[in-house]
Write a protein that binds this ligand. Structure first.
Ligand SMILES: [Zn+2]
Length: 624
């Protein structure tokens, strides 16, 4: 996932102690008894009911029996209405089931009793159910919330633990399963999944999918809407609403080259096709690396390919994350830190060293802000790479720490091993653990065996320990620097001192990155008059680049620059990407007038936002 929100806020949910009770899987965020039964295949048959905002149908789970004595299967659910459970194999019979008490973060365990006669290594159970209109992993959009305004749109977001809100299953990344699905929709809509998609599929409301590679539950994904397909390269293409598809195909034209660059560095792409699904702007995340079909926010369509690092990121997850997967959310840096490192290597291969340095530097600045916020909130433990998320919502682990501190760790390895040796090591690592879920401990063992135990080892165990267990940025880190940004700093200083008027700043060659660096590092006490000078020179209030507009609006709130208010309101009521909206609310809440404005805007914006974001903003801004 690509998230990178600037300020985490005081929203890390502290939950009732009951969740510590039973963790039979060894994963604190799942009820599933995976040591007794382990799912190997899922077969879905679902109808998308847009009028009632529900998916309805059944899920067939094939489970391997690991404990011959066990007669009970426990699955994860959240908000599901389960009407019937049947055993299909070894023999058809209705099964007794109980849905336990729902817990705020984890949902409710579904316990299924097997008869003594159900012997054998594999069992196949069918669960008849329907989802709730408030399912945390589904977003049902009205036509008015889409680009085309004529048809509704549905998309899923299963990471971290939201798959259970639309499928009863073992919702832990320890378990990998293949799946197939039969999805029925209104005939004028097209369904796509994180599976084999047929670019030539007939739009008839009846779709079948097959995912032959075993993936963790958080990568099961569904999108339904007025979607059309445009090919980009030989194995790449884009699905989007007709109004968006041409701009998206042009913006992401480099995706095939990115895929080939990554293959050259880190070994074969093992998933067949790589397509993109462009979601409406309400999508809470930047992107989601659903295998074969990345889900993407439209806010990175800037018109100049300046924000395509997000695609490089989601694509890189085809190696780190989807191929080799963190076995629990405590080890999420295994997914995100490796992926951020790979992402920057793809950017360097396609766009050169200078852009790589700028993106690393922006990443570091964002990491430093997150570490400062977390430390101030008393959550310094969340600035370690190896986290302990017991009792916390795993969604809240997705600060910049696993991403950018993880990338710094890989950068440290590169500085000690040399780039050629690190590349060789990573290639071996992806091959060795392909299609497996591993903990951070397993990675450490592998690194120790291949690098630390060598006679000519260039990294010590003590150094590794510092990286994993200490909060903040270790003194060992090799920090990025950018000469391009030094030139921006000099221009900003000249303007702030009054030596150069805004109109005379040499911005003609600035890319998005340079604008972000310029705006993000303005002093907090900038006056409204000086904001007006910038706005007159560069028309920042009307910037169509969502990232630049975000940085500008943050500055505008700090300065009390009222001419930006209509744009701010429009921005917050059309975009639901957490990284872009949450810190704007947080900045508004710092003053009494700002708080009133935040509450008024939030009351209008809330129906657009995804369920988990709305839950966070309810806490922050107050439920309207
Ligand atoms: Zn990611």
């Amino acid at each position: 996932m690509s998230v990178r929100f600037a300020a985490i806020g005081a929203l890390l949910m502290t939950l009732s102690p009951t969740i510590h009770a039973a963790v039979p899987s060894g994963d604190a965020h799942s009820f599933a008894n995976t040591r007794e039964f382990r799912a190997t295949h899922l077969s879905l048959d679902l109808q998308a009911d847009f009028a009632r905002k529900r998916l309805r149908g059944h899920a067939d789970l094939t489970l391997q029996r690991l404990d011959p004595q066990s007669r009970r299967i426990v699955l994860d659910t959240r908000g599901l209405t389960v009407s019937k459970v049947e055993l299909l194999q070894p023999q058809p019979v209705a099964l007794k089931f109980t849905l336990g008490e729902a817990q705020p973060m984890l949902g409710a365990p579904l316990s299924i009793e097997l008869p003594a006669s159900a012997q054998g290594k594999d069992v196949l159970v069918r669960i008849h159910y329907e989802t709730s209109p408030q399912a945390s992993g589904l977003q049902w959009l009205e036509p008015s919330q889409t680009a085309g305004k004529k048809h509704p749109y549905l998309y899923s977001q299963s990471q971290a633990i939201h798959a259970r809100s639309w499928i009863p299953l073992q919702d832990t990344p320890q378990v990998r399963l293949t799946y197939d699905a039969h999805i029925r929709t209104p005939p004028e809509l097209l369904a796509v999944m994180s599976a084999e998609n047929d670019p030539d599929a007939q739009r008839d409301g009846d779709y079948r999918f097959r995912m032959p590679q075993a993936i963790p539950s958080y990568l099961i994904a569904l999108g339904v809407g007025d979607l059309v397909f445009r090919p980009i390269g030989k194995q790449t293409g884009v699905y989007a609403e007709p109004a968006v598809v041409e701009a998206a195909a042009a913006e992401f034209a480099d995706v095939q080259s990115m895929l080939e660059a990554c293959e050259k560095l880190f070994g074969p792409y093992r998933w067949g096709r790589y397509d993109l699904l462009i979601l409406p702007p309400s999508f809470m995340w930047g992107g989601m690396e659903n295998p074969r079909l990345t889900f993407l926010t439209p806010t990175v369509i800037a018109g100049d390919r300046s924000l395509v690092s997000l695609i490089a990121h989601e694509l890189a997850h085809s190696w780190s994350g989807n191929l080799v997967t963190n076995a629990d959310w405590d080890s999420v840096w295994l997914n995100e830190g490796f992926t951020t490192y790979l992402e920057r290597r793809i950017i360097e291969a396609l766009y050169g060293r200078e852009r790589h340095e700028m993106e690393d530097t922006l990443g570091l600045q964002s990491l430093q802000r997150d570490i400062a916020d977390l430390t101030e909130q008393g959550d310094a433990a969340l600035t370690k790479l190896d986290m302990d998320l017991k009792g916390r919502d795993p969604d809240d682990a997705f600060s910049d720490v696993p991403y950018e501190k993880g990338r710094l760790f890989l950068g440290f390895l590169e500085s000690r091993l040399g780039r050629a040796e690190l590349d060789r090591f990573l290639r071996g690592y992806f091959d060795h653990f392909a299609f497996q879920s591993i903990s951070a401990g397993t990675f450490v063992d592998y690194l120790t065996k291949h690098e630390l135990d060598r006679a000519d080892a260039r990294i010590t165990r003590a150094e590794l320990q510092v990286w994993l267990d200490e909060p903040g940025i270790p003194a060992l880190a090799v920090l990025p620097h950018s000469d391009a940004f030094k030139r921006i700093d000099a221009q900003r200083d000249a303007w702030l001192k009054g030596a150069t008027p805004a109109k005379s700043l040499d911005t003609s060659k600035w890319t998005t990155h340079e604008w972000l660096h310029f705006l993000d590092n303005m002093p907090a006490d900038l006056s409204s008059a000086r904001m007006a000078e910038l706005d007159e020179a560069f028309h920042l209030t009307t910037s169509t680049n969502a990232m630049i507009a975000h940085s500008w609006l943050l500055d505008a709130i700090r300065a009390g620059y009222t001419p930006a208010w209509p744009r701010l309101e429009n921005y917050l009521t059309t975009i639901g990407r957490r990284k872009l909206v949450k810190d704007l609310y947080e900045e508004l809440l710092k003053t009494t007038d700002g708080k009133q404005m935040a509450q008024r805007i939030y009351a209008r914006a809330r129906p657009l936002y995804q369920v988990p974001l709305a839950a966070q903003l309810d806490e922050l801004v107050g439920k309207p």
